[in-house]
Design a protein around this ligand. Structure first.
Ligand code: ATP
Length: 239
C-alpha cells in the first residue's frame, strides 16, 4: 500500500460568520493525483491556503509527511516540501522566465549556480527552456501558467498544489497541461489539483474530493464521483 503523505482531520476555517471550510477530512497518498472540485466559493482555495500556511485553520489538523503543520509559517511549510501555484498568476514581470524560476529554487539552493542548474532542469521538463530569457511581461497566458508551475517546482516539493492552472486556457493548451502534469507526477511529485476543467480533472485524477459550501459531499474515483447524484445535482449538472 502507498504511504500517506497528507492527512487532513476535521479542518474548519471561519471568516466571521461564514464557515468557508467545514470539518473536512482528506488523505493523499504518495504519488497520487487528487482532484479537488466544487462550485465557486465552495472552499477549495481556502483548503490550499491552510495546507500552505497562508491561513491558520479555525480548528482541525493538517499532517504532512508525519509532521503537524497547521500552525507552521508558510516559508517553513514550503521548506518541508509543499509547493503551490496561485489562481491569479503572480510573475515578476521584469524578470525572465529563468530568473522567475530561480527565485523559487533559491529557497532550496542558496547557491545561485546550483539554483540556476535546477531551474534549467525544470524548464526543460515543462518544455519552457527555449523561452527562458523572455521577460515575464512578454509571456502568453499558457506560458505564464507554466512559469508559475516551474517556480513552484523549483522549491522541490513533495506535494504540489495546483490552483486552477488550466483556467482561461483553450482546449489545446489544456490538453498540453494535462501531459505536463502527468510528467511532473512521473518525477515522483504528489499533486492536488483544483480545477473547473472537468475533462482534465477526470482524466488526471486517481481520486477526487467534492466540496460544496465548505463541506465534503463526495469522494472517490472519477467514475464514482461523476455518477454520484449528489454531485450531479449540486455541481456537475450545471456545467
Ligand atoms: P473558486 O472556485 O471561485 O475559486 P473556492 O472553492 O476556491 O472558489 P474559496 O476561495 O475557498 O472558494 O472561498 C470560500 C468562501 O470563503 C467564499 O465564500 C469566500 O468569499 C470566503 N473567503 C475566502 N477567503 C476569504 C477571506 N480572506 N476573507 C473572507 N472571506 C473569505
Amino acid at each position: 500500500m502507498s504511504e500517506c503523505l497528507l492527512k487532513i482531520e476535521n479542518l474548519t476555517r471561519k471568516f466571521g460568520g461564514l464557515t468557508a471550510v467545514d470539518s473536512v477530512n482528506m488523505y493523499v497518498n504518495q504519488g497520487e493525483i487528487i482532484g479537488l472540485i466544487g462550485a465557486n466559493g465552495a472552499g477549495k482555495t481556502t483548503v490550499f491556503n491552510m495546507i500552505s500556511g497562508s491561513f491558520r485553520p479555525t480548528t482541525g489538523k493538517i499532517i504532512f509527511n508525519n509532521i503537524e503543520i497547521e500552525h507552521k509559517p508558510a516559508h517553513l511549510i514550503c521548506r518541508l516540501g509543499v509547493g503551490r501555484t496561485y489562481q491569479i498568476v503572480q510573475p515578476f514581470t521584469t524578470l525572465t522566465v529563468l530568473e522567475n524560476t530561480i527565485v523559487g529554487a533559491l529557497l532550496k539552493y542558496p547557491d545561485v549556480s546550483a539554483a540556476r542548474k535546477k531551474s534549467i532542469e525544470i524548464l526543460k521538463l515543462l518544455d519552457m527552456e527555449e523561452r527562458r530569457d523572455v521577460k515575464g511581461s512578454n509571456l502568453s497566458l499558457p506560458e505564464l501558467k507554466r512559469m508559475e508551475v516551474a517556480r513552484a517546482l523549483a522549491t522541490e516539493p513533495k506535494l504540489l498544489l495546483l490552483d486552477e492552472v488550466m483556467a482561461g486556457l483553450n482546449p489545446t493548451d489544456s490538453a498540453e497541461f494535462v501531459n505536463i502534469i502527468r510528467k511532473i507526477r512521473d518525477t515522483g511529485v504528489t499533486i492536488i489539483l483544483i480545477e473547473h476543467v472537468m475533462k482534465a480533472v477526470m482524466s488526471l485524477s486517481d481520486r477526487i474530493y467534492v466540496l460544496n459550501q465548505g463541506k465534503l459531499i463526495s469522494e472517490g474515483t472519477p467514475e464514482h464521483v461523476s455518477n454520484d447524484p449528489v454531485v450531479i445535482e449540486s455541481y456537475l449538472g450545471s456545467r
